[in-house]
Design a binder for this molecule. Structure first.
Ligand code: PLP
Length: 427
């Protein structure tokens, strides 16, 4: 296995290196635990002195193959699979932020992440400041406090579809000596590798493009191994952990400190672990990710171009379109394509939008994105409905916004379905 492989090769061959007689395919290791003969050896496993598996909450061969494959594709040093994307985000923050501390985040977020940050984490004593990612650096810097522990943003905001200015965000994170944590769910490592642009930690909802066929909920945290935890500000990584008989993560594990701590301390205690079966499906999904992401992106660009010229459409939001405010950022950070999600407004507003959704045949009304099958959604009445209108607008959702997750079917069939549904929406 080689980290110099192109991403298409890493996706197919990475993370699993079968020896003679081993199964060719990553196997589903559906076992809670692992057998050993020597108590001393098991003690060494517990003490993290030797690598190996002892209990599936802490590690599992199938999940390990998925983690290693994705870490390789992202160009990170290690990864931790989780039971959902929400768990990945929660653990990524908890790993370095406790009650009485604070972090700064872009406001253009997936609705579930917005709720987690605006409602649940503050109840646990973690304070959060939301910033407009388009604001200038001075304004974002002003949100930092002495107890600020991280800067968080999405590569492509869901569902605003603004592309992150990595140069600005990573410079701010570096100046403040905090890690830049990126949710790269919509981009996937095929379209953007955030560590190459100054990010330190990446999280994904594996539920979306990584799975790719809408079979399983899951998440993953990837560690870039490129943050200096020893800067005097992260004692949880540099000082002895009393809950792990004095383990010092940075000293013992160097660049792997963050991801090892997330596993042996937080996964141990919180248990948001993926099932081996789901990890198998994610490892399978990664194999076709480059092919799918190219097709999703090409189809979405073609459909966005078509919609932009359609008389029943008032606006189209897709970062691959030259008319989009993020177009230059998309060209810089997403050179292969701008992923499969686009939003648009129908003339006739919310009522026409409802008619459009109900008239779609091939394109299904489902609460999902990133599926190989095209799907459609009205976020204000579904995924973002727990937010106030003010919060919805802050996260990029207007009442007339329709979101399309463009699949990998033939573009002519997708366009034909949109064409007839648009006609129906205007009757
Ligand atoms: N991040 C983004 C960008 C998402 O779109 C989602 C879900 O839609 C999540 C995180 C949460 O992931 P999950 O549903 O796997 O918990």
């Amino acid at each position: 296995m080689s980290s110099s492989w192109k991403i298409e090769t890493q996706a197919i061959q990475g993370g699993y290196d079968p020896k003679p007689g081993d199964p060719r395919v990553v196997t589903i290791c559906q076992s809670t635990t692992f057998k050993y003969d020597s108590a001393d050896y098991v003690a060494k496993l517990f003490d993290l002195e030797v690598p190996g598996f002892f209990y599936t909450r802490l590690g599992n061969p199938t999940t390990d193959a998925f983690e290693q494959r994705l870490a390789m594709m992202e160009g990170g040093v290690g990864a931790l699979g989780t039971s959902a994307g929400q768990a990945a985000t929660t653990l990524a923050i908890f790993n370095i932020c406790k009650a009485g501390e604070h972090f700064v985040t872009a406001s253009t977020l997936y609705g579930g992440t917005y709720n987690l940050f605006a409602s649940t984490l503050p109840k646990m004593g973690i304070e959060v400041t939301f910033v407009d990612p388009e604001a200038d650096a001075a304004e974002i810097l002003a949100a930092f406090r002495p107890n600020t522990r991280a800067l968080f943003a999405e590569t492509i905001g869901n569902p605003g579809l603004n592309v992150l200015d990595f140069a600005k965000f990573s410079a701010i994170a570096q100046e403040k000596q905090v890690p830049l944590i990126i949710d790269s769910t919509f981009a996937t490592p095929y379209l953007c590798r955030p560590f190459e642009h100054g990010a330190n930690i990446v999280v994904h909802s594996a539920t979306k493009y990584i799975d790719g066929l809408a079979t399983s909920v899951g998440g993953v945290i990837v560690d870039g191994g490129n943050f200096n935890w020893d800067n005097g500000r992260y004692p949880e990584l540099t000082e002895p952990d009393p809950s792990y008989h004095g383990l010092q993560y940075a000293k013992t594990f160097g660049p792997l400190a963050y991801i090892v701590k997330a596993r042996v301390q937080l996964m141990r205690d919180l248990g948001a672990v993926p099932s081996p079966f789901n990890s198998f499906l994610f490892a399978q999904g990664l194999q076709t990710l480059p092919l799918r992401m190219q097709r999703h992106s090409d189809n979405a660009l073609a459909l966005a171009t078509y919609l932009e010229r359609h008389p029943a459409v008032s606006w189209v939001n897709y970062p691959g379109l030259p008319s989009h405010a993020s177009y230059e950022l998309a060209r810089k950070y997403l050179p292969r394509g701008a992923s499969g999600v686009l939003t648009f407004g129908i003339k006739g507003g919310a009522a026409a939008g409802k008619k459009f959704m109900e008239a779609c045949n091939l394109i299904a009304l489902v609460v999902h994105v990133g599926d190989a099958r095209s799907c459609v959604l009205h976020p204000a009445s579904t995924t973002h409905r727990q937010l106030s209108e003010e919060q919805q607008i802050a996260s990029g959702v207007t009442p007339d916004l329709i979101r399309l997750s463009v699949g990998i079917e033939h573009i002519d069939d997708i366009t034909a379905d949109v064409e007839q549904a648009l006609a129906a929406s205007q009757r």
